[in-house]
Write a protein that binds this ligand. Structure first.
Ligand SMILES: *Cc1c(COP(=O)(O)O)cnc(C)c1O
Length: 330
């Protein structure tokens, strides 16, 4: 089985040292009361670019060969992976093109451009953007770096697991936001190598929990993508998934899901109780604790994975408005 080991993650950790932030941890008294065990937040949304995706992207870029670095990297993500990849490439002096459909909102385009990447808008769908990526790979020898199913990406995300156990050595459960599984695969491999008995729980949104459904099916399957407040957790795991499906299946103890109302509640909780501005995807571990969805034993850590939320939307949520992003726009 193709798998990423603690040695790969330690090698990534050595490469990343001094290039990224060591994000803080904070004991949450309200969540601890709610769970009945000490609950610590790992505030990874304070990472440069606003999410942990910078870890994997930086490790992947630094592991390119000289010819690959000279030709540059390309990606299709308009979200946190795109930001991370753009930043990682700029820091390494590597050209980066992010391809996206013409329908992507301007604020997302600007977010990627602000990190120093070239943006190529093409066609009216993700498939059209993917065709341009394929052309850049075949005709211009650029390297496509995917958001999760890649050894160097997984190893980079795994450094978060090492950091958590350095900061909270007593941790017995870690709750981790879960989409394609790059984060949880690397984090679980690192944490279980250091502390074999530790429990790793993946948390996704109810609407389109791809990995959760694939684990139930016992193989990668198509799961319909739906609108959700946890927009960074959308998308499938790939029918040809090579690494993150087997690693999640073998290393993760449980996966649970949370509702849209629970995600909104966790964003509110983070703001009013913890003084943190976090995005929906970054809030799902907190949501699971508040809703009593996960069997949390011993000292627990909730990974807060991202900050990149539209601030207008955030304001409406924390003001108590019953925001429903799942309805078609009127
Ligand atoms: C990408 C992302 C995740 C999920 O990571 P995977 O490696 O795809 O499981 C969680 N939270 C945020 C904020 C993200 O951007």
């Amino acid at each position: 089985m193709a798998s990423i080991t603690i040695a790969d993650i330690e090698a990534a950790d050595a490469k990343l040292t001094g290039r990224l932030r060591q994000t803080p941890v904070e004991l949450s008294s309200t969540l601890s009361k709610s769970a009945g065990v000490p609950v610590t937040l790992k505030l990874e949304h304070h990472q440069i670019t606003g999410s942990f995706k910078l870890r994997g992207a930086t490790n992947a870029v630094l592991n390119l060969g000289e010819a690959q670095k000279a030709a540059g990297v390309v990606g299709v993500s308009t979200g946190n992976h795109g930001r991370g990849l753009a930043h990682a490439a700029r820091e390494a002096g590597v050209r980066c093109i992010i391809c996206m459909s013409e329908l992507v909102p301007q604020n997302k385009v600007d977010g990627i451009k602000a990190q120093g990447a070239e943006v190529r808008t093409i066609g009216r769908s993700q498939d059209d953007a993917q065709q341009e990526v394929d052309r850049l790979v075949s005709e211009e020898a650029m390297t496509m770096l995917p958001p999760f199913d890649h050894p160097h990406i997984i190893a980079g995300q795994g450094t978060l697991g090492l950091e958590i156990l350095d900061q909270v050595p007593s941790a017995e459960t870690i709750l981790v936001p879960l989409s394609g599984g790059g984060l949880i695969s690397g984090l679980a491999a690192a944490a279980k190598a250091r502390k074999p008995g530790i429990k790793i729980i993946g948390v996704s949104m109810e609407r389109g929990a791809a990995m959760h459904e694939c684990l139930k099916a016992g193989k990668p399957i198509h799961v319909e993508e739906m609108k959700t407040l946890a927009d960074s957790l959308g998308g499938g795991i790939g029918l040809d998934n090579q690494y993150t499906f087997p690693m999640t299946r073998d290393l993760v103890d449980d996966t649970v899901t949370v509702s849209e109302a629970q995600i909104a509640g966790a964003i509110r909780h983070a703001y009013w109780e913890e003084r943190q501005i976090i995005e929906g995807s970054g809030s799902v571990a907190i949501a699971a604790v508040l809703a009593g969805k996960a069997a949390v034993s011993g000292p627990a850590v909730c990974v807060v994975s991202g900050a990149n939320i539209d601030l207008g939307l955030h304001y409406r949520i924390i003001s108590g408005e019953d925001v429903d992003v799942t309805k078609p726009e009127s």
